[in-house]
Design a protein around this ligand. Structure first.
Ligand code: ADP
Ligand code: MG
Length: 702
């Protein structure tokens, strides 16, 4: 079904020269596509865009080349000076000159034969690299490029620099990308010519060419025409795919779910609090959707701690009253268990049967749950994506609630749909995404927002503190713990190879344990499920008072009596993430605080981020600041990760294109709902290029 002209791009990257299995694994870490469990393909490399360039156009002549500058020099080779025999610590030097002066090209652990061949005495060569003035003498250590004058054109004067991962050399990656570009077939044009003209978009291939082989650093700007063209393509693919999914999903019409309020009342009676106004309002919107024969696709947006779970539970109660089953899917096992712990006592009070299903339930317990779901004796089930895998059958799934769904794609949405007779869908997210982003990440969903925090919540005091005042902090924590307070201590994830010295969670755990003894717990992503649960349980029940964690606790974990959040290396986290983390405290009625520990010196963007955190707790405001700062981060050359769910498009630069793409997609499908016309066929190619092929499968054959 895939157009065969795309075959070269769908070949595995190991089909490229210089890419064996080991290099392939490293490349997979830098491709922006969400690979899931597939391997990287040649086409994925096209979208590994350079984050900066090395500008080699500066040709000052030797004597005028400044210390530390990247320069390109045209020199005549005068003599080679190998190190004295047996002394490998002295470098191999090649002396050369131009009209302005002499330079020593310096090589450690050199292969003499190779250097002699590359730089024969008397020849003119072009070299490019970083200038160093060593004792007042110009030198260049290991030039990045050396080429004979006749071949000077091969030297990249504006050289793209790609994101790298440990062990992967820039050269290997550049070579692989070059080959991928070479395999790009002639593609039909899918753009509306008026749109292309209006935005001065280059052709798809030309845009890729300009980004991978820039002739000026400005070519790489996200605001330049080349990048914008690709962003538009990606948005268009995304919008088409969402629109196709939506049409498909709606075609399977839902059924009206009405209840008598019996279960809902029982649950409300069991609640130790009453709902906030915005919880009531959201629930009313949801119940109205459920009562309609059309299928519900609704997003419930609410800051951390705003009380989404209970809203979901009451919606699920309605589904059960209507005679069906309801499922709640969480992104992690910890969260699934936490939801279970919240829901079970309330639901059981109302006479419901609740079960859990994650990758960890095995054996008899698992079979019992599977049987209960199939015969309908289980009313509600909580779980991870294991819920929507093959062997699970529901008797009558009518409502699927998905927590924190920005991690799930169209694919999962379809998998869920397949489990029931077009179940209603409620998606919950704590990410206070601006409206534009709702559109990109979730498509045309209806939105309910929880804007109030439950009554009794106190503001969180946020302070910033440099790491070298750690002792002070430990003193204060020790007082707080003595008073019975509980503390989260978050450390960033560390890749072992990372150059910057960071304290990993395990190291910090060891240090705090020396200080505080057994009241310190640890939870991180590499622990087994049961160990994680145990660490969370011990903290929740107060056996441990300080929980050192990586960001596994980022989403949703609820320990209402934790009052202090320490975030170590706060400068390394994005605003959205800091906000999520901070939301773990301030959930009870005690005053809470958040300590952002940072390492000096702070960059401009990091400084601003931390001050935003100090100034406000408003998630929507923070998300807007986040967008702005991401833009600035880019200009300062410290690129942060792209917009979730996209390979090249960056919402902070390309949001204007999103609206255009949405309108374009609507128009296209209104005229050509199954993409049958010539342009429709070209658009199918586009969907494949950006990994939206699930949507193509929804089209009627043809
Ligand atoms: P989130 O929106 O982050 O998922 P939760 O659903 O986990 O928030 O709720 C956070 C905490 O607030 C829970 O302990 C919950 O019991 C409590 N809660 C929810 N609604 C209310 C309310 N209306 N009044 C008081 N507490 C509430
Ligand atoms: Mg939650």
């Amino acid at each position: 079904m895939r157009p065969s002209l795309l075959d070269p791009l769908f070949a595995p990257i190991t089909s490229l020269e210089g890419v064996g299995p080991k290099v392939a694994t490293m490349i997979e870490k830098v491709v922006p596509a969400d690979l899931g469990d597939r391997s990287a393909r040649v086409g994925d490399l096209l979208f590994v865009l350079p984050h900066s360039v090395i500008d080699r156009r500066n040709r000052p002549g030797i004597a005028l080349a400044a210390e530390g500058a990247i320069v390109t020099l045209e020199v005549r080779i005068d003599r080679h000076q190998p190190p004295p025999r047996g002394n490998r610590s002295v470098p191999y030097r090649v002396y050369a000159h131009d009209d302005t002066g002499e330079i020593a090209l310096t090589f450690f652990h050199a292969h003499a034969a190779y250097l002699e061949k590359q730089m024969p005495v008397g020849e003119h060569v072009v070299v490019s690299g970083r200038m160093e003035w060593f004792n007042g003498r110009p030198s260049m250590v290991h030039p990045d490029h050396i080429a004979p004058l006749s071949d000077a054109a091969s030297l990249p004067l504006v050289e793209p620099v790609y994101p790298l991962t440990a062990g992967l050399s820039g050269k290997v990656l550049r070579r692989a990308i070059g080959q991928a570009l070479g395999r790009l077939p002639e593609l039909p044009d899918w753009l509306d010519p008026t749109v292309a003209k209006k935005h001065s978009f280059p052709a798809f291939a030309a845009a890729l060419e300009r980004l991978h082989d820039p002739s000026d650093p400005i070519d790489l700007s996200p605001e330049g025409a080349a990048w914008r063209r690709l962003a538009y393509d990606e948005f268009l693919a995304g919008q088409l795919s969402l629109a196709l999914t939506r049409t498909h999903v709606r075609r399977l019409s839902g059924r009206p779910l009405k209840g008598d309020g019996r279960i809902e009342d029982a649950i409300r009676k069991a609640l130790p609090y009453s709902l906030t106004g915005s919880q009531e309002f959201a629930l009313a919107e949801i119940n109205a959707d459920l009562a309609e024969p059309e299928r519900m696709l609704r997003l419930l947006q609410g800051d951390v701690g705003s009380g989404k779970t209970v809203v979901a539970l009451l919606a699920m109660a309605r589904a059960v009253e209507a005679g069906g089953q309801a499922a709640l899917m969480a992104p992690t096992e910890i969260l699934a268990r936490q939801h279970l712990a919240t829901i079970t006592p309330l639901a059981e009070r109302a006479g419901l049967k609740v079960a859990i299903l994650t990758g960890r339930e095995k054996g008899r317990e698992r079979s019992a749950t599977l049987a209960g779901l199939e015969d309908g004796s289980i009313d509600m089930v909580v779980g991870t994506h294991a819920l929507f895998q093959e062997p699970v059958k529901f008797r009558d799934l009518v409502l699927a609630v998905v927590d924190e769904q920005h991690r799930f794609g169209v694919h999962q949405r379809l998998a869920i749909t397949a489990k029931g007779d077009a179940p209603d869908m409620l998606v919950m997210t704590a990410t206070p995404i601006p409206r534009t982003l709702v559109l990109t990440a979730f498509g045309d969903m209806d939105v309910s927002r929880l804007t109030e925090k439950p009554a009794g919540r106190r503001p969180i005091r946020t302070v910033t503190l440099p790491l070298d005042r750690l002792d002070e902090l430990i003193g204060r924590i020790s007082d707080a713990v003595a008073e019975g307070q509980k503390v989260y201590w978050i450390c960033p994830l560390v890749e072992e190879s990372e150059e910057i010295k960071l304290t990993s969670a395990e190291d910090r755990f060891a240090i705090l344990k020396q200080e505080f003894g057994d009241i310190v717990g640890l939870v991180h992503g590499r622990m087994k499920g049961a160990e994680k649960d145990e660490a969370m349980r011990a903290f929740k029940e107060g056996e441990t008072k300080i929980l050192v964690a990586t960001t596994v606790i980022e989403v949703g974990v609820d320990v209402p009596d934790a009052t202090i959040m320490v975030i170590e290396h706060a400068e390394r986290f994005g605003l959205a993430q800091l906000h999520q983390l901070r939301g773990r405290v301030g959930r009870g009625d005690k005053p809470s605080s958040c300590v952002l520990l940072y390492k000096d010196p702070l960059g401009e963007t990091a400084k601003k981020r931390l001050s935003v955190m100090r100034d406000t707790e408003d998630g929507f405001l923070i998300s807007e600041e986040d967008l702005k700062l991401r833009g600035e981060g880019e200009l300062l050359g410290t690129r942060q990760s792209g917009t979730p769910g996209f390979q090249v498009a960056r919402i902070e630069f390309h949001a204007d294109l999103l609206e255009v793409a949405r309108d374009d997609a609507r128009l296209i499908l209104a005229r050509d709902p199954d993409l049958q016309t010539e342009r429709g066929q070209a658009l199918r190619v586009l969907l494949y290029l950006f990994g939206r092929d699930e949507a193509v499968r929804l089209l009627r054959a043809g």
